[in-house]
Design a protein around this ligand. Structure first.
Ligand code: NAP
Length: 266
């Protein structure tokens, strides 16, 4: 089996990554940075986001597993002390693969040839550099509202514990193929009105944002920051692609939520 390792690049993560690489090679696995079947991410959830984007062109062939060298993460849920156990399980192929939904973001440019599509593991956000963001929000082809405010965030279920949670979004179990739209400081008064609540959309729904004011946007896709000029519309949908995680033992999502946000003693 071919494997690769993504490290956060601090000393602790690099040393652990080096040990994991040596153990896996000793078990006869082949290090292959180009076409790995399994990717070990050593660091935090942010490190796994980097690994995901590096291999997002081969999601059908690559599964991910995360070891945390800081606090417990959502994608990085193995402890460094468990590395030998993890390596043996990888070598024996004794794991199952679970799939989580992703978000597809299409930026339709005024010049059609420049339209771009991205996949997000956590979320995509949109802001307007220096001015209030004003966009029409369309759901399934019908105008839903005109949004004025700091920005909007469309998140995946597994991203619902990240930025979306800070914006008051619900935590969504990653077995649900859905996406969630949350507002960033919407302007609401007698003249301007938005729904004011997060919206959870199923996988057969589409959400399209059309600029009302200014065609330039600051967009994020997970950790990536992108300035898009000349935007005609932005379309969100639950992606057909899924991310695959190698699961070696049960670690229910709600336990991870409890351990991360409620209390780490149980
Ligand atoms: P960062 O600013 O260095 O880290 C953001 C924090 O989000 C880290 O503590 C990271 O955990 C955590 N995180 C990432 N994915 C998560 C998930 N699915 N559930 C719970 N926590 C998660 O940025 P980064 O490392 O490049 O990561 C980019 C992410 O930062 C974005 O996708 C966005 O979700 C998040 N972000 C959050 C806010 C906010 O909450 N106000 C603002 C901007 C961006 P680790 O420490 O384990 O890496």
């Amino acid at each position: 089996m071919k494997f690769s390792i993504q490290s956060r690049n601090d000393q602790v993560s690099n040393e652990l990554a080096q040990r994991a690489k040596q153990y896996l090679c000793d078990f006869g696995l082949e290090f292959d940075d180009e076409e790995p079947e399994i990717v070990l991410s050593v660091g935090g959830d942010g490190t796994l986001l980097h690994a995901f984007h590096k291999y997002s062109h081969r999601l059908d062939e690559t599964a991910f597993v995360g070891i945390h060298t800081g606090h417990l993460g959502f994608y990085a849920d193995w402890k460094p002390s468990e590395i030998e156990k993890l390596v043996i399980s990888i070598a024996r192929h004794s794991y199952e693969v679970i799939e989580y939904p992703l978000l597809q973001v299409t930026i339709n440019a005024e010049n059609e040839a420049e339209s771009t599509t991205y996949l997000a593991l956590n979320e995509s956000t949109i802001k307007s550099p220096g001015v209030t963001l004003v966009v029409d929000v369309e759901l399934n082809g019908r105008l839903f509202e005109r949004f004025r405010g700091d920005g909007l965030c469309m998140s995946t279920p597994s991203g619902s514990t990240a930025y979306s949670k800070s914006l008051g979004g619900a935590i969504i179990h990653p077995s649900l193929p859905a996406m969630q739209l949350t507002e960033m400081a919407s302007i609401n008064n007698r003249v301007f009105r938005t729904v004011g609540s997060p919206l959870v959309l199923p996988d057969h729904h589409r959400c399209v944002l059309t600029p009302v004011q200014g065609p330039d946007f600051m967009l994020t896709v997970d950790h990536l920051q992108l300035l898009h000029k000349g935007v005609r519309s932005i379309e969100y949908r639950v992606a057909n692609e899924k991310v695959r995680f190698a699961r070696f033992r049960p670690f229910p999502f709600w336990e991870r939520v409890h351990d991360s946000f409620v209390s780490s003693d149980s």
